[in-house]
Write a protein that binds this ligand. Structure first.
Ligand code: PMP
Length: 462
């Protein structure tokens, strides 16, 4: 077998990739025909590909590289931990220092009485934990009928059976027999696309009250929890109207429903606070975290659990659940170092009061572009809607996503990673972004928008 290195010609790497590597969320045949872009290294906010192109990463990898790429301290901590204790499990009444220290640190950072941590390998399996945990909790409380979890259409909670079922993505439910029983979905607070003639405030309330209607329909005694992202990420960075979350909170409190905030994207600084729940004024009983917990340097996720839920579960005998890598020592040590960097380098302040307001000002000016119907940010999450008719917030006549994909293509060619969700373009840059990075991002984004407009005019799509 030949040795595969960064120095191989791109075409050769692409051929081997196509022959052996099945990619997530990818049309395999299409990719094989075209060849993947191969990223060879990264530093700060820039990626380098196998052709030597320097690409500005507007998505922090997959919303996760909060501290930026290439931090030596992270590599050193990983190496030190691997030498000292590369693996030991946390099953069967054992523990180790990295897991103890990280659990304590997370409990310090998490708001309210969220003082207990159950570790996972990522966000999807942390949500699997949550589904089992809330049902087990209600059974332990003598209310075993409380099993149904209410979620939202166009939510993303992962790709495992439970994660994808909790999520509300039609394309995912269409494959593999999902959702699994006991999970139902209400509508999302997506005013731009679905708000019609209502004001955002009216619409936010109306969508929140769908939760109360669903609880009434199912019977309060049958509902275990409501799960939602504070700001929907993969659904297109849907920033809910101001009225939405307070009403959701009121409904969960009034009907004894556990509230699970999926903070996999919003957690660890992205919205300008440690957690999105703090930014949006949510008091969850459980938070799902992953991604920014380690800035993606190592896989790790967790459920951060309210005292009362954790205490009840602790008194109920064995919780028959766990992953080999729950509290993996290398992941925990690296995550701790990541949290130290976020705090010491004041990256959350950078989002809240440093670069964040500048990003907001510049990004929202994109709404002046003829193709853009709205442009908003919250912290370091940004979204813009492409439209042929701003006044009507109209979708394109072409199949949803056609224009978004064209725009993403121009971003790619222009060395900017900006993602498309349908015909929305989204960003979630590393939290180390400076004003000069924002300027470069906007310059490349405008170019991509101009080229997109020209192409869709050419093709008769506009
Ligand atoms: N929840 C949310 C809100 C997410 O955005 C994601 C990943 N994009 C997940 C869960 C799943 O996390 P993972 O891919 O680490 O399993």
């Amino acid at each position: 077998m030949n040795m595969i290195t960064n120095h191989m010609p791109t075409a050769e790497l692409q051929a081997i990739d196509a022959a052996h590597h099945m990619h997530p969320f990818t049309d395999g045949a299409e990719l094989a025909a075209k060849g993947a872009r191969i990223i060879t290294r990264a530093k700060g906010v820039m990626l380098t590909d196998s052709e030597g192109e320097e690409i500005l990463d507007g998505m922090a990898g997959l919303w996760c590289v909060n501290i930026g790429y290439g931090r030596e301290e992270m590599a050193e901590v990983a190496a030190r931990q691997m030498r000292e204790l590369p693996f030991y499990n946390t099953f069967f009444q054992t523990s180790h220092v990295p897991a103890i220290a990280l659990a304590q640190r997370i409990a310090e950072l998490a708001p309210g009485d969220l003082n207990h941590v159950f570790f996972a390998s990522g966000g999807s399996d942390a949500n699997d934990t949550n589904l089992r945990l809330v049902r087990h909790y209600w059974a332990a409380k003598g209310k075993p009928s409380k099993t149904v979890v209410i979620s939202r259409k166009n939510a993303y909670h992962g790709s495992t059976m439970a994660g994808a079922s909790l999520g509300g993505m039609g394309g995912m439910h269409a494959q593999g027999g999902l959702p699994i029983p006991g999970i139902v979905h209400i509508n999302q607070p997506h005013w731009y696309a679905e708000g019609g003639e209502m004001s955002p405030e009216e619409f936010g309330l109306a969508r929140a009250r769908e939760l109360e209607a669903k609880i009434a329909e199912l019977g309060e005694d049958n509902v275990a929890a409501f799960i939602a992202e504070p700001i929907q990420g993969a659904g297109g960075v849907i920033i809910p109207p101001e009225t939405y979350w307070p009403e959701i909170q009121r409904i969960c409190d009034a009907h004894e429903i556990l509230l699970i905030a999926d903070e996999v994207i919003c957690g660890f600084g992205r919205t300008g606070n440690w957690f999105g729940s703090q930014t949006l004024g949510i008091r969850p009983h459980i938070m799902t975290v992953a991604k920014g917990l380690s800035s993606g340097y190592v896989p790790i996720g967790a459920s951060i659990v309210w005292d009362e839920v954790a205490d009840t579960v602790a008194r109920a005998g064995d919780f028959n659940h766990g992953y080999t890598y729950s509290g993996h020592p290398v992941s925990c040590a690296v995550a701790l170092e990541n949290l130290r960097i976020i705090e010491e380098e004041q990256l959350i302040e950078n989002v809240a009061t440093g670069t964040g307001p500048y990003l907001k000002e510049k990004w929202e000016q994109l709404a002046d572009h003829p193709l853009v119907g709205e442009a908003h940010t919250r912290g370091f999450m940004g979204t813009l809607a492409l439209t042929p008719d701003k006044a009507r917030r109209a979708p394109f006549e072409a199949a949803e996503g056609t224009v978004g994909l064209i725009c993403r293509g121009h971003c790619f060619k222009g060395n900017l990673v900006m993602r498309h969700v349908g015909d929305r373009m989204i960003i979630a840059p590393p939290l180390i972004f400076q004003k000069s990075d924002v300027d470069l991002l906007i310059e490349r984004a405008v170019k991509a928008l101009d080229l997109t407009l020209a192409e869709i005019k050419d093709k008769g799509l506009y």
